[in-house]
Every structure is written in C-alpha cells, then in structure tokens.
Design a protein around this ligand. Structure first.
Ligand code: ARG
Length: 275
C-alpha cells in the first residue's frame, strides 16, 4: 500500500544560525555546518520516505529557519491557519507558506490581527480524540487558542510553557497513537500539568527525563507506531517499546543549534491523520 501520510519539508539550503531568538541559538551564531546539516536532513528524508509522501517548499535565501516547516501554520482537513511569528526574523516566511498552501488548494484562514501564533510548533492534535493541545507563553499568545478553536472547530486545551528552552509545545510534548502522550512535565506550569493529567490517564503518560528532553526526544515525528527522534535514552526507548512503539533515532544536532529537531522539520499535511 502506498503511504497515506503527507509531510511538508523545506531543504536546508540557506539554513544557518544567523540570529538568536531562543536559548539554543545563543552561543551558536554562525556555528551550523551547512554540509552536515544537509546530510542530516537527507538522512531524515530517507527514513521517512517509505512511510510518508514527502512534499517540499522552495527554500529562500535570508530565511534560515524556513526548514522548520512545523511553524508554517496549522493544517486541519482542507484548512490552513497561517502562523504569525512572534519575532520579526521569521515573519518573511509567512507569505511564502501562505502562497504554497493556497497553490495546493487549501482554504487559508488567517487569525484575527495582532495575535501571535506559531502553527504546529504550538498546536498538536491528539491522536486518539478530537482535541488540540495548545502551547502558549513564549511564542504563541494565549488568546490564539480560542481564535484557532473558532477557525477549525476543534476543542483546544491551552498549556502554559514556562521553561525558555522549551519555547514551542512540540519541544516538550508529543501525542502518540492510541492516546499515549510523551511529555516533559517540568516545561509546563502546575495548572497545565493538571490539565494534562485530567485528560490523559497515568498509564498512558510517558514522562521523559531531563536528559531526553534536552536531546529533543519529545520533538518526535510519529508515523503510526514509529517514533522518529534525534535521540532517546535506553529507558525511554524501553518505555516506548512497552507501549508498542518503535523508536528510530537519527542525529539532527546541526538543527538543535537553532533549537529544532525532527518534528520541527516536518509539517503533517493530512490532519487529523488516519495512521
Ligand atoms: N530557530 C527556530 C525558532 O526559534 C526554531 C524553530 C523550531 N521549531 C519548532 N517547531 N519547535 O523559531
């Protein structure tokens, strides 16, 4: 059977750490190695290709973070809610992504003016029910949760992010098939941890340790029962295996210099997904 999952990626032709808008980028200005980044990105694509159809958007010189397509916006069925970046450095990407989605026939639904929203970086669909986990506190405005809910008609669960290293929800939380949830509890305030615990039973929650969180283990691409990440420790791999998931690791350290990893480099185009 041909793969049904569709992912949008952007080749890292112009990828670099050229400014600092998150703590990972500090100290890494000019440090990303282009050929190594390209090799890591190619290896990721090779891993994904048998399981998903890969689509690409043309990279643009001067927009070094464009390979992080998770931040293009939020896809729901045929709708696309474009991002409004918090930082001026990334705002040039907005028109590029809108044009791509419009050309593909998506119904582009912008948010009301003045709301910051960073797309699937901060908005993740549950894999087991009609629910959108919604991160705010660093990049996305809390008021965007209601606005997104009104645009796509899916209940949003706002979660407040409190650790600047985990500035997007997809750096510290990943919904998995069957209602499992991979997350790093310390990235959330107490109320948000309680909101998660009220909705996901304890035996479905996989809390990752700090070392895994720092290695971007929550920034996972999930394709059915496959969990594709930069790195995950043995204990986490065992916990995932016990829950029925295969962990696939592929080094993405060049992109971590910019504060992103596997999941950030992709945007699911078939949402909500069937597998
Ligand atoms: N340098 C980028 C930024 O700070 C990294 C984005 C990572 N994307 C993500 N979905 N977490 O915006």
């Amino acid at each position: 059977m041909p793969p049904t999952a569709r992912l949008l990626l952007c080749p890292p032709t112009y990828f670099e750490v050229g400014y600092v808008i998150n703590p990972w980028m500090a100290g890494n200005l000019g440090q990303a190695r282009p050929s190594r980044a390209r090799a890591q990105w190619d290896a990721l694509c090779e891993l994904l290709a048998p399981h998903a159809s890969l689509e690409t958007i043309e990279p643009v010189a001067g927009l070094p973070d464009m390979p992080f397509t998770a931040n293009a916006g939020l896809v729901h069925r045929d709708r696309f809610v474009p991002s409004r970046f918090r930082h001026a450095e990334r705002r040039g990407e907005e028109a590029r992504f809108i044009a791509w989605f419009a050309a593909q026939g998506f119904d582009v639904r912008p948010l009301p003016d003045g709301l910051a929203f960073e797309g699937a970086g901060d908005a993740l669909f549950d894999r087991a029910c009609d629910r959108l986990w919604f991160g705010h506190g660093h990049r996305t405005d809390p008021a965007a949760a209601e606005a997104v809910q009104a645009l796509i008609g899916v209940e949003t669960v706002p979660l407040r992010l409190v650790d600047p290293r985990y500035y997007h929800l997809d750096t510290c939380l990943c919904p998995l098939a069957g209602g499992w949830l991979l997350y790093y509890p310390a990235a959330f305030d107490a109320g948000s941890r309680a909101a998660i615990e009220a909705r996901v039973p304890a035996d479905r929650r996989l809390a990752v340790e700090e070392a895994d969180a720092q290695a971007f283990a929550c920034n996972a691409i999930t394709l059915g029962r496959r969990v594709i990440v930069n790195r995950a420790g043995d204990r986490l791999c065992e916990a995932l295996a016990a829950a029925g998931f295969a962990t696939i690791q592929t080094p993405l350290d060049e992109f971590i210099k910019a504060g992103g990893s596997a999941k950030c480099l992709t945007l699911r185009l078939d949402e909500p997904p069937v597998d």
